[in-house]
Write a protein that binds this ligand. Structure first.
Ligand SMILES: Nc1ncnc2c1ncn2[C@@H]1O[C@H](COP(=O)(O)OP(=O)(O)OP(=O)(O)O)[C@@H](O)[C@H]1O
Ligand SMILES: [Mg+2]
Length: 146
């Protein structure tokens, strides 16, 4: 297991305004290790997708809490865990297929595809009725000023 060089945890209500709040907070944390503009924007976009999924799918637009646990690990690896205690996902591998969505025509079913293309790895653990944890990892080429 890689050691944490820096980390933070927070939780917010599952309100849609908090999508941009989470994106900005994780972005500010990631900015501490001097990412490129592209690395930073990719990570922020992936976080937005995961947080939006907690709001619209996990809690189905009802109030709940979203838990974020972010760490800078040895080797300039950023790891961001985004967790909800919502409805969970029945079939994770199907949910992660491009264009798969349970929201019909309202959504494009590309959230996980975006996360996978913008991060080095995306791990999803979910239990129906209990919730979902999405773990994003991304190596940053910059150097942390520790
Ligand atoms: N946190 C979550 N809780 C419950 N279900 C989820 C969660 N995240 C994703 N899902 C399920 O996985 C499916 C695929 O998610 P994905 O983000 O790829 O697409 P989408 O959210 O449907 O559409 P888009 O992200 O393009 O707006 C969702 O339709 C939903 O059924
Ligand atoms: Mg989505």
């Amino acid at each position: 297991m890689k050691k944490s060089v820096n980390d933070f945890k927070m939780n917010v209500l599952s309100r849609s305004v908090n999508e941009s709040f989470c994106r900005a907070v994780v972005g500010a944390f990631a900015a501490l290790c001097d990412p490129t503009v592209e690395e930073l924007s990719d990570l922020k976009t992936a976080v937005s997708e995961a947080v939006t999924n907690c709001i619209v799918h996990g809690y189905r637009d009802r109030p709940g809490r979203i838990y974020i646990d972010a760490a800078l690990l040895e080797g300039n690896v950023l790891r961001v865990k985004i967790r909800d205690k919502g409805c969970g996902i029945e079939d994770v591998s199907r949910a992660m297929e491009p264009l798969f969505s349970t929201a019909g025509n309202e959504r494009s079913g590309l959230g996980f595809t975006v996360m996978e293309s913008f991060c080095d790895s995306v791990r999803v653990r979910s239990a129906p009725g209990k919730g979902t944890v999405v773990t994003l990892t991304k190596t940053i080429t910059g150097k942390c000023d520790e």
